[in-house]
Design a binder for this molecule. Structure first.
Ligand code: NAD
Length: 434
């Protein structure tokens, strides 16, 4: 593209604070559709989700009162298979955000070549203010309310921000109780004792680490000795940081919602992981060690490093800070961390950005493996899962890289075009019902 196409994105992009994820998603589809020469009616179809469900979830709170939460489940496309995508608990979740995330899941599954479409869910809530009992009742009632949409052959949820194996276990148990039969394959990301895949919890971060290694090699470098900064020290960020540390990278900066830490010689990542595991809300707050400085969170993004891994939330690298990013490579662990405006600036400055729909696809790939194992009741060892994950990520990276070279496009444009092309092929082969 990409200069010209992304230039158009810049003109259309609203100020970062007003970026609406769904508008961003739709603008991308318009641009990719134009680049692929797709007819406008097909582009219109690709821009819209197949189904959007909005639910009001009444929950009995610990004080005896009832609180009503709003939740969503969006199915963007089932052209290539059952819909697949995580469930997010966050105070700022909106239906537009969930629609965008569902759409990006469609392209992501297509880019890595797994037989799923895209879906996503969310509940507007602040989980840190809810007790475990309240969270459990919220999750179970939400499950009951989205049950008409989900199922092993329809739509398979998974964890996302602020949800994990515990919530997925509750979801599976609730769906099984209501359907009167065990339904392991209704959700992925469960505990291993309940049919979860060995290695699923680490899969997204592992995929990010694999992609980081591959892109550094393509650019003539190597992971050993490379300096890395990671924004977000949750499921994705902490695992990516740990695996890169183990591969010989120097992870000099990490941050989470509670603070940011820097050490020029490299942080002790295993110690940080242990620290977070022991802390009540799994936060970095209060961490201290010799030579480690606390820095402002926004400074983490502009550290002078080889690789920056945004692994927190969307909209972190914006038109306001993109020209201060000093990393050579950005590997998007989070979904949508770079605004279109920032994308143009990074490209002009020669920063290589590996897009979310490729970089963080490891989670959905191992979710696919979990679903396959649940359907077959035949379980693999972790080594097999990790080896298969590495093969899928390597193949997808190679395909996106080659596409980008062939089209003289950015990796983001290439990944989007490849994903959209595969979905369009499925739509065309199926035809439009009736
Ligand atoms: P998580 O809740 O486990 O972790 C999120 C982390 O980001 C936490 O450490 C939190 O403190 C931190 N954070 C939040 N706001 C921040 C801020 N302003 N500055 C710095 N840190 C901040 O969530 P996760 O599962 O690791 O997901 C992170 C991102 O990766 C999300 O965009 C998610 O959609 C994406 N993702 C997750 C998966 C998965 O399998 N979990 C798969 C694909 C993509």
């Amino acid at each position: 593209m990409s200069r010209q196409v992304q230039g158009q994105v810049r003109e259309r992009a609203p100020a970062p604070s007003q970026v609406n994820a769904y508008e961003m998603f739709q603008a991308q589809v318009d641009l990719v559709g134009g680049r692929l020469g797709l007819p406008s009616d097909l582009v219109e179809l690709l821009k819209r989700p197949e189904r959007v469900l909005v639910v009001s979830i009444p929950v009995r709170m610990d004080d005896g009162g009832i609180r009503v939460f709003e939740g969503y489940r969006v199915q963007h496309s089932s052209a290539r298979g059952p819909c697949k995508g995580g469930i997010r608990y966050h105070p700022q979740v909106t239906v537009d955000e969930v629609k965008a995330l569902a759409g990006w899941m469609t392209w992501k599954c297509a880019v890595v070549g797994i037989p799923f479409g895209g879906g996503k869910g969310g509940i507007v809530c602040d989980p840190s203010s809810l007790s475990p009992g309240e969270l459990e009742r919220l999750t179970r009632r939400y499950t009951a309310m989205i049950l008409p949409l989900i199922g092993p052959q329809r739509d398979i949820p998974a964890p996302d921000v602020n949800t994990g194996a515990r919530e997925m276990n509750w979801l599976m148990d609730t769906a099984s109780a209501l359907r009167g039969e065990p339904m392991y394959a209704v959700v992925t990301g469960k505990d291993v004792a309940l049919g979860g895949a060995q290695g699923r919890r680490e899969a997204t971060g592992r995929g990010v680490a694999i992609i980081t290694q591959l892109v550094l090699e393509r650019l003539g470098g190597e992971v050993k000795g490379a300096t890395v900064a990671v924004q977000g020290f949750g499921n994705v960020g902490s695992v990516a940081a740990l695996l890169l540390h183990q591969a010989g990278a120097r992870v000099v900066g990490v941050s989470d919602v509670s603070g940011a830490f820097y050490r020029r010689e490299g942080l002790d990542i295993p110690e940080l992981v242990r620290y977070v595991e022991r802390s009540p809300h799994r936060l970095l707050r209060g961490y201290s060690a010799p030579g480690v400085e606390g820095i402002p969170q926004e400074e983490l993004l502009t550290l002078d490093v080889d690789v920056l891994i945004p692994a927190a939330l969307e909209g972190q690298i914006t038109g306001k800070n993109a020209d201060q990013i000093r990393a050579r490579v950005v590997v998007e662990g989070a979904n949508g961390p770079t605004t279109p405006e920032a994308d143009v600036i990074l490209e002009e400055r020669g920063v290589t950005v590996v897009p979310d729909i490729l970089a963080n696809a490891g989670g959905v790939v191992v979710s696919y493996f979990e679903w396959v194992q649940n359907l077959q009741s035949f379980y693999w060892e972790e080594g097999e899962t990790n080896a298969r994950l590495a093969r899928v990520m390597r193949r997808a990276f190679q395909e996106v890289w080659d596409y980008a070279q062939g089209e003289k496009a950015s990796l983001r444009a290439a990944a989007l075009m490849l994903g959209v092309e595969r979905v369009v092929q499925a739509i065309r082969l199926r035809g439009i019902f009736p």
